[in-house]
Design a protein around this ligand. Structure first.
Ligand SMILES: [Zn+2]
Length: 92
């Protein structure tokens, strides 16, 4: 019986390690891994309910779609307007 328990624990540890590596390999945040623009989030019941740390997204520019790690939402979220203001050169 002890052998079965040890085998089950080692299998569970392998599954946990593989899942952790796969999670770390996924792209993080809303930006497309190919062209770098913000992707559109897609609703997916599986990810929303069972794996809320993951999100399915679709890039309107290059058509890439896939699962990404959900980025933390901070208080001041970057928008196009904020980026534009940040890139504006200060007037002398
Ligand atoms: Zn793209």
């Amino acid at each position: 019986m002890l052998v079965v328990g040890v085998l089950l624990v080692t299998v569970a540890m392998r599954v946990a390690i593989v899942m952790a590596v796969v999670y770390l390999l996924l792209p993080k945040g809303p930006l497309c891994p190919h062209c770098g623009i913000e992707m559109v989030p897609l609703r997916n019941r599986f990810f929303d309910r069972l794996l809320p740390a993951l999100q399915r997204r679709w890039c309107l520019e290059c058509g890439w779609d896939g699962v990404v790690r959900r980025a933390r939402v901070t208080g001041a979220r970057d928008s196009g307007l904020g980026t534009r203001n940040r890139l504006r050169a200060p007037s002398p």
